[in-house]
Design a protein around this ligand. Structure first.
Ligand SMILES: *[C@@H]1O[C@H](CO)[C@@H](O)[C@H](O)[C@H]1NC(C)=O
Ligand SMILES: *[C@@H]1O[C@H](CO)[C@@H](O)[C@H](O)[C@H]1NC(C)=O
Ligand SMILES: *[C@@H]1O[C@H](CO)[C@@H](O)[C@H](O)[C@H]1NC(C)=O
Length: 656
């Protein structure tokens, strides 16, 4: 199944639409500092750093607060497609505020335009490959080079919202280190691999067991008086919505309210009309939480006809501070709830802080995230297929498998021949190097003038407010940003870290996401060190993938599964929501056998600044130390995300 032949279309392209950090939300305080920062710290404008974190995107010029408001939950014919949130409300998606200004017409136009160009060039690519006459027009050698790269990397063009670009040669920032890594890998090829790579500090990690679902006597859910109904319309992508759902569960409990099954906002950023029931099992959710809060599928009839906005019960993210405290809800939301019988949270991005919070609510959040949200069978089934193909094995191996794949992880290897080779371990990598992230960081990535122009052009289209702000300040020089650890890791840097840790050349890598800036050529240095790179697009047939094609959140769910059940999970940006939630899952259910590798960008920058002198052994040592530090078994700290760091007494139990 691996190494399937690919159709080769030599078109490099960028995703514009997809790229927004659906998963780059703010999981508690620790997410923020590691995320990319623009080059300006002291801008006193209202467009400062805070808006990048989008504390108050509603006040950004150009935003129209009425967008998306006109939705009545009473309307039975409610059509999620009619709610188009130009990304402006999406305050957890950091970049959306900027992007939002343009995502409207411009995107449509751009998409159409770009699509046709991509199509044309794609067509040309085919001709180039299959028609030897045409091939002579191009540099044949170059073309062949790319074809082999693409084949060996197992990458494949994806046909969603694309932005074409002229073909580029691969960029390499660390030639010397790359060569050292290459010979080190060659040397190790036939040696015994070091096993520590695939382990966590087991004894300490395994002392923590999942127990958020344990019964503790509380009067949660047993309120004498229902204060009303809570509706939520969560925005963002899959992972951000997940956080919103569990925060809403805690808020419903806090306010003695009944929760109506969450809805997801349709936005033209994510382009995914999926609703709760398309992704999660509704009955299961209601059932697991029934002892804690009341969940109903719909508002009762007498409330359905209310104009929720007119009665003042529509709560947007502008009406609530970010990481609000229980007291904020009691003061501002409870009176509305009691008066009107219903409140509707619209957006609900990161609107409940992690501390202080009563421990029963904390526990409930944890129970929601780790126990109540099960993917629907359709997703579990294909997720299982995916994992089975990477592993060459159908055997359920861990509690993680059971949690994520339900009944679909059966012990029937899909193919006897494959099974004979024995199961293989794999590493899942979430490489957060999408064009939005890259452009926003203001860093440089070795692509010279071309890259600078391209990223500047991207910023002008998508981040007009950032551009505005830069005009009024002195940006931090790119080299300085790099030193400060604010630049997203490039594929090349990720490969160097993995090589430094001692992963062998033959290791299977599952690449999540897949919207790498610079396209395939940017992956060249990675795939020359690690050729066994697979994605959901290469592991699944087009037919198997078809039911998910138009649903970015469902595709993200497949990535979630492949990452969470991986033998090792490596992230490049710990502020990313996908990476956060996946690592939390691995901590919770992994039983000490699900290591997560988390580079510290600042330390890595320091190591790499010596790229022209450092010896390979010393590089290895320093990289190992850095990763080991990131794996220390720690209890969740104050204000930190419980979804990402579930080791705390509300969530997990520690064996003595
Ligand atoms: C919720 O109900 C419990 C038990 O009836 C009560 O003690 C608590 O004060 C109520 N809280 C609110 C916000 O109504
Ligand atoms: C996806 O969307 C495109 C265009 O919107 C449509 O032509 C196609 O049939 C859809 N595919 C699926 C599987 O729904
Ligand atoms: C690589 O090393 C050179 C020479 O020491 C240094 O100037 C450069 O900044 C380094 N590159 C990076 C990306 O740190």
């Amino acid at each position: 199944m691996l190494g399937k032949e690919m159709v080769v279309v030599v078109v490099l392209k960028f995703r514009i639409l997809e790229a927004l950090p659906r998963d780059n939300g703010l999981m508690g305080k620790q997410g923020s500092p590691r995320s990319p920062r623009p080059g300006v710290q002291n801008a006193d404008l209202s467009l400062g750093m805070k808006e990048y974190q989008c504390r108050c995107p509603e006040t950004l010029p150009g935003s129209d607060p009425s967008i998306g408001r006109r939705m009545s939950w009473g309307d039975k014919n409610w059509n999620p497609k009619t709610v188009i949130l130009h990304g402006l409300k999406n305050d957890s998606a950091k970049y959306s505020a900027f992007k939002g200004v343009y995502v409207g017409k411009r995107h449509l136009w751009l998409r159409k335009y770009v699509r046709s160009i991509v199509f044309m060039i794609g067509l040309m690519g085919f001709f180039l490959l299959f028609d030897s006459l045409l091939v002579s027009i191009f540099d044949l050698r170059n073309l062949q080079h790319h074809s082999t790269q693409i084949k060996s990397s197992g990458l494949k063009d994806d046909d969603r919202g694309a932005f074409i670009n002229e073909e580029k040669s691969s960029v390499q920032m660390y030639d010397r280190l790359h060569n050292l890594a290459s010979s080190a890998l060659a040397e190790k090829e036939f040696k015994q691999g070091s096993s520590w790579l695939w382990e966590e500090p087991y004894r300490k990690a395994s002392a923590w067991k999942p127990c958020a679902d344990r019964k503790v006597p509380t009067n949660l859910g047993k309120f004498d008086k229902n204060n009303g109904y809570i509706l939520i319309s969560a925005n963002g992508g899959l992972n951000q919505q997940r956080v919103a759902i569990c925060n809403a569960v805690a808020v419903a409990s806090l306010l003695n309210a009944t929760l109506v099954l969450p809805r997801f906002l349709y936005s033209n950023v994510w382009n995914d009309p999926s609703q709760f029931g398309d992704i999660y099992q509704e009955e299961y959710f209601m059932n697991i939480l029934k002892g804690d809060i009341n969940v109903v599928k719909e508002l009762p009839p007498h409330l359905r006809s209310l104009d929720i906005e007119a009665i003042g019960s529509l709560i947007t993210d502008a009406d609530l501070v970010k990481e609000a405290k229980p007291i904020d809800y009691i003061r501002h939301i409870l009176p509305l709830l009691v008066r009107n019988g219903v409140v509707h949270f619209l957006g609900f991005g990161n609107r409940l802080g992690f501390d202080p919070l009563p421990s029963n609510l904390q526990r409930l959040r944890c129970k929601c995230n780790f126990h109540a949200l099960k993917f629907v069978p359709k997703i579990q089934q294909v997720g299982s297929l995916l994992v089975r193909r990477i592993r060459n094995s159908g055997a359920a191996r861990s509690m993680l498998d059971r949690q994520l794949l339900g009944n679909f992880m059966l012990d029937n290897p899909s193919n006897k021949h494959d099974a004979a080779k024995g199961p293989s371990k794999y590493l899942a990598l979430h490489l957060r190097f999408e064009v939005d992230m890259v452009a926003y960081s203001m860093c440089e990535f070795g692509g010279g003038e071309n890259e600078r122009n391209e990223l500047q052009a991207y910023r002008e289209i998508h981040f007009p407010l950032l551009i505005e702000r830069l005009k009024n300040s002195n940006p931090i020089p790119p080299a300085e940003l790099r030193k400060l650890g604010r630049c997203p890791l490039t594929p090349e840097e990720a490969a160097l870290v993995l090589a430094g840790l001692g992963f062998k050349r033959g290791t299977y890598f599952y690449l999540a996401g897949f919207q790498i800036y610079g396209g395939k050529s940017r992956m060249d240095s990675f795939t020359s060190l690690y050729p066994n790179l697979v994605t959901k697009e290469t592991l699944l047939t087009p037919d198997e993938l078809a039911p998910f094609r138009n649903f970015s959140s469902q595709l993200a769910a497949l990535d979630f599964i492949a990452c969470a059940t991986a033998d090792v999970f490596a992230m490049t940006d710990s502020g990313s929501q996908l990476s956060s939630l996946v690592s939390g899952f691995r901590t919770y259910y992994g039983g000490g056998h699900a290591p997560t590798l988390r580079p510290n960008k600042k330390r890595l920058a320091a190591i790499l600044s010596e790229n022209s002198t450092i010896g390979w052994n010393s590089f290895e040592d320093r990289v190992k130390k850095m990763i080991e530090e990131g794996q220390r078994v720690r209890v969740r700290g104050f204000g930190r995300s419980i979804y990402r760091l579930p080791r705390c007494r509300e969530c997990m139990c520690k064996a003595q």
